[in-house]
Structure formats: C-alpha cells, structure tokens
Ligand binder design. Sequence first.
Ligand code: ATP
Length: 258
Amino acid sequence: MTLLSVQGLHKSFGGVVAARDVAFTVERGEMLAIIGPNGAGKSTVFNMVGGQLRPDQGRVLLDGQDITAASPQKRFRRGVGRTFQVAQTFLSMSAAENVQMALISCHRNSNGLWTPARERHRDKALELLSQVGMAEAADAPCSSLAYGDVKRVELAIALAGQPKLLLMDEPTAGMAPRERAALMDLTASIAASQGIGVLFTEHDMDVVFGHAARVLVLLRGQIIAAGTPDEIRQNEQVRCAYLGDEHALEPPTGVSSA
Ligand SMILES: Nc1ncnc2c1ncn2[C@@H]1O[C@H](COP(=O)(O)OP(=O)(O)OP(=O)(O)O)[C@@H](O)[C@H]1O
C-alpha cells in the first residue's frame, strides 16, 4: 500500500491561492523533493502534510488512513516525523540526552519511570546516534558540535519516533556543501534500509538532483511537473519557471545528467 497519498489539496490565503489541486504519493523508502521558486507553495503543501495547516479541500492519507483532520501530535503518533530548517536541539544537553528526551516523550506510557532520566533509553539513544555516525560524540553538549553534526543529532531525534514518513524542511540549510551531501546520503540510506518515506523541500538544486528519487515542481500553487531528476532537469516548463536563475537546473558537480 502507498505510504502517503495526497489528494486534491487546496489552500487559499485571502485572494492568494497557495495550493491548487495538489496530488502526489510517497512510497516506503522513497525520497521525494518538492521544489519551486519563492512563493510557489512548497511550505503550504508541506505544512498541510505535517498538520500545521488545514487544507480548504482535499485529503491526506497515511497508510490508507485519512489524517487530514489530525493534529501534528496525532500525526506524529501515527508515524509522521519532522525535522526543521533550523535544527531544534537543546544546546546545553548532550547529543545522547537530546535523543533520550525524544525517546522518553515517545514512550510516555511505558514503564521505567523509576529509572533516573539520565539512564532512561540510553542504549537506544546510543544505537540511534550510531546510525547517524554520532556515537563518539554522544556525551558532547550539542553547543560544542559543528552545525552539520547537530543536524545529524536532529535526524537521530526524528528517528526516535520510528517514523514511517519523515518530513524534512530545507534539511541542509546553513550547511557547507560537503556536509549537505553527507547528510542527504545518510538520510537516503536510512530511508531505504528502514523503508521510511522522505518528503523534503529544498532550495539547493545539487541536493535535490543528487538525492531525490523523484521531484515535484510547484509553481503558483500548482504541480507543473513530477518525475525523476533527469526528467525534471530537461522539462521546458520547469526551466522557464526558473528563468533568471539559469544555473539552478544544471547537474550537480560529479553527477551525470545522462
Ligand atoms: N499565512 C499566510 N498568510 C497569507 N499568505 C500566505 C500565508 N502563507 C503563505 N502565503 C502565501 O501563499 C503563497 C505560497 O507561500 P509558501 O510559503 O507556501 O511558498 P514557498 O514555495 O514555501 O516559498 P519560499 O520558497 O519563499 O519559502 C505565497 O504567495 C505566500 O505569500
């Protein structure tokens, strides 16, 4: 069964139509990017999938279940995880404590309440940090970590909720180019091995074309193209949408467009 099915989403703000009849699917293990020029409607669509915005029309189905009216918290419990443009970690706490906090909040009704918070879910937190290549920095405060490493910790935090679908809002914003590729390679490999669908918005075309299996292009609230990175790069309508930024659709360094 399809993991995420978005059907006929529509959203207006006053006279501005931010999303018009938007429909797409995300499969398990798939990385789907939403791109489009500024104001195209990416955040609007993203937030309707995450539950931060209620659509005027249309439906969002996760594993065939209608979650259109569910709050972000309910969606989280059903398996919708999220990372943010600016990493959301507690800087004074260690990487492990940040992940432990996420695990504690995911297991609110489980036993172990008599275990000191510092020890609760520690093994699982270390396992998650190891998945994102951060085991050695487990006890370092997040404030001492490089930004790219903080983003890895944030990924471990998101994985603590055992998401079926991971929403990533500009995952590589603020990162150096090499760190960007590493984070997205890691995300793609975790998504593939754990069958997690990933929906992400991104301005960096190297990240999009280098890491998305499929790309959706929005323009003035409508999907004008959907396809593989190569199909999108060669699409005339998409190239026109990006006129004025003529290098935006060029292949990333080291990735062939053939
Ligand atoms: N809360 C809001 N109130 C009024 N208009 C809004 C609101 N949110 C979005 N819009 C409008 O809806 C349209 C789509 O905005 P949206 O933020 O979804 O685009 P975007 O593709 O994410 O843009 P960007 O790349 O600049 O972040 C824009 O015209 C925007 O001004």
